[in-house]
Design a protein around this ligand. Structure first.
Ligand code: NAG
Ligand code: NAG
Ligand code: NAG
Ligand code: NAG
Ligand code: NAG
Length: 423
C-alpha cells in the first residue's frame, strides 16, 4: 500500500436512503471570492448533480437551491453545538434554517448535519460531551416540527473515529476508537431508533459524506493522481457494487465542489485545492460522473465575470531588496501562495518569480486595488500574462461578497487508496 495518499474520508452515520441515486458534492464557501450561489446552482444542474452537502445554512445559498429539487444536507457548525444543547435554541435553529424552507417549491432538505467531524482528535475532546445532546435536540425539534419523517439529523464523522485491526483492513472488521466507544454506541442506538423502524443495529445506514483528492499542495496532490483516483472511484459507485458487507448503492458526496482559497492550511497546503472545479468554477481535469470514464470535462460555470487582465509582478528595477522577504510573507498571509510549495505547480519558479506570484495573489485578493501592488516599491502592475507553462498567475473573479480569511479547523486523513477501492 502506498503511504501518504492525501485522501479525504468522512462517514455520516444514521442516514436513510430513500434518496435518489447519483453522486453528491460538498459545497464549501471559504473562498475570498465566491461565485454567486445562482451560478453554482446552475453548475450543479448543468452537470446533473442532484445532491449537495453544505457546511451551514446560509440564506443566499438556500434561496438559490429553492425550487431546484436538489437534495440538501444543511449543517450546524461545531461552534454552535453547545447552544444546541438547549432544546429551545435547537427548535429556533430548525425553524429558521429548516422549516422556513420546507414549503412546496422550497428547498428539498434531507438531512441536518450536527457538527462537522466533532470527534476529530485534534479538537482535544472540545465537542465530546455536547454533540450527542445536540443531535438528540435537533432530531426531536425536527420531529416536533412535523418534518422528522423526511429530514434526519446526523453527525459527519472523520474516519478517525474508527480503527481497523492491522491484519484485517476491511471496515466491517473495525471497531470504534476506544476513547469514544461508549459515546458512539449511544449515538448509533439513538439514530437507529429514528431511522427506519426495521433497521437493526447492524444495518444502520451509512453514507460517505466526504471523499476526494486534492490537486495541489502536496507531492501526491496533483491533477494526475486526482484523475486516477476518480477514475477508480466513479465506475465503482456507478456499478452500485457497494462493499462486501453492504452490497448495493452507497450514497457518496465528493469533496469538494470548488477550491477554497481562504481555508486554514493547518492540515496542509492541499486544503485549499479539493475542488473538482477551480476557484472560478472551471473543471480541472476530465471527469465522468456516470462512471463510464469517458474522457470528457464537466461543464464549467457559465458567465463568470473576471477582473481585468492585470497582474502584479516583482519590479526588476527595484534596488533595495532587504524588505523583500517580509513583503512576500505579508502577501502570502492574505493571498494564497500554496501553489509555491514543494510538489506544487509553481514550485519551479525562480526567486523573482516567487515574489511575483505572491504579489499577484495578494493583488487579486484585493480586487486589483493599485495600492495593493506596491510593496514598498518592490512591485509593479503589468498587462502581460506572466504565467509560465506550469504555473498559472490567476486573475480573480468579480465577487459580490469578499470575505476575510476565516480560520477553519478542518479534518484530513492519510488513507490508502485501497481502503476505498477494496472496502
Ligand atoms: C441558522 O444557521 C446559521 C448557520 O448557517 C446560524 O449561524 C444561525 O444562527 C442559524 N439561525 C438560527 C436562528 O439558529
Ligand atoms: C489541542 O491541544 C494541543 C496541545 O495541548 C494544542 O496545541 C492545540 O492548539 C489544541 N487544539 C485545539 C483545537 O484546542
Ligand atoms: C465529558 O464528560 C465526562 C463525564 O461526565 C467527564 O469525565 C469529561 O471530563 C468531560 N469531558 C470534557 C472534555 O468536557
Ligand atoms: C520559491 O518559494 C518556494 C516556497 O516558499 C521555495 O520552496 C523555493 O525555494 C523558492 N525558490 C527560490 C528560487 O527562491
Ligand atoms: C495566462 O496564460 C496561461 C498560460 O498560458 C493561461 O492558462 C491563462 O488562461 C492566461 N490568463 C489569462 C487571463 O488570459
Amino acid at each position: 500500500m502506498e503511504e501518504n495518499w492525501v485522501l479525504r474520508w468522512v462517514l455520516v452515520v444514521g442516514v436513510m436512503c430513500w434518496c435518489g441515486e447519483g453522486i453528491g458534492v460538498n459545497w464549501g464557501t471559504q473562498a475570498t471570492h465566491k461565485l454567486p450561489p445562482d451560478t453554482v446552482v446552475q453548475l450543479l444542474k448543468d452537470n446533473g448533480i442532484q445532491k449537495v452537502k453544505l457546511f451551514d445554512a446560509d440564506d443566499s445559498t438556500m434561496s438559490a437551491l429553492a425550487g431546484t429539487g436538489i437534495e440538501v444536507m444543511v449543517a450546524i457548525p461545531n461552534i454552535q453545538l453547545l447552544e444546541m444543547n438547549d432544546f429551545g435554541r435547537a427548535k429556533q435553529w430548525v425553524k429558521k434554517n429548516v422549516t422556513r424552507y420546507t414549503f412546496n417549491g422550497g428547498v428539498n432538505i434531507k438531512y441536518v448535519a450536527v457538527g462537522n467531524e466533532p470527534f476529530l482528535k485534534s479538537y482535544n475532546n472540545s465537542f465530546l460531551n455536547i454533540t450527542f445532546p445536540a443531535l438528540q435536540n435537533i432530531q426531536n425539534a425536527l420531529n416536533d416540527a412535523g418534518v422528522g419523517d423526511t429530514i434526519k439529523a446526523t453527525v459527519p464523522l472523520n474516519a478517525d473515529v474508527y480503527q481497523s485491526p492491522e491484519n484485517n483492513p476491511v471496515p466491517s472488521a473495525g471497531i470504534f476508537r476506544p476513547d469514544i466507544t461508549g459515546l458512539m454506541t449511544q449515538i448509533v442506538q439513538f439514530l437507529s431508533k429514528n431511522a427506519l423502524k426495521s433497521v437493526g443495529f447492524g444495518d444502520l445506514p451509512i453514507l460517505v459524506g466526504e471523499v476526494g483528492w486534492p490537486t495541489e499542495g502536496d507531492k501526491n496532490a496533483n491533477v494526475g493522481n486526482a484523475l486516477r483516483f476518480y477514475n477508480g472511484l466513479l465506475p465503482r459507485l456507478a456499478g452500485n457494487r457497494g462493499t462486501p458487507c453492504r452490497p448495493g448503492h452507497i450514497e457518496v458526496y465528493l469533496f469538494g465542489l470548488i477550491d477554497e482559497d481562504a481555508k486554514s492550511i493547518a492540515p496542509g497546503n492541499f486544503e485549499r485545492h479539493w475542488g473538482i472545479f477551480r476557484y472560478d468554477g472551471q473543471p480541472k481535469f476530465p471527469m465522468d460522473l456516470s462512471g463510464q470514464n469517458q474522457n470528457k470535462f464537466l461543464i464549467g460555470a457559465q458567465n463568470v465575470k473576471y477582473l481585468a487582465p492585470r497582474w502584479c509582478m516583482f519590479n526588476p528595477n527595484a534596488k533595495d531588496l532587504t524588505s523583500l522577504p517580509d513583503n512576500i510573507n505579508y502577501a502570502c498571509t492574505f493571498g494564497d501562495c500554496t501553489a509555491l510549495g514543494y510538489g506544487s505547480s509553481c514550485n519551479n519558479l525562480d526567486a523573482n518569480g516567487n515574489a511575483s506570484y505572491a504579489f499577484n495573489m495578494y493583488f487579486q485578493v484585493q480586487n486589483q486595488n493599485p495600492m495593493a501592488c506596491n510593496f514598498q516599491g518592490l512591485a509593479k502592475i503589468t498587462t502581460d500574462n506572466i504565467s509560465t507553462p506550469t504555473c498559472n498567475f490567476i486573475i480573480q473573479i468579480v465577487s459580490s461578497s469578499v470575505s476575510s480569511l476565516i480560520p477553519s479547523l478542518v479534518a484530513f486523513l492519510f488513507v490508502s487508496l485501497f481502503m476505498i477501492l477494496f472496502w
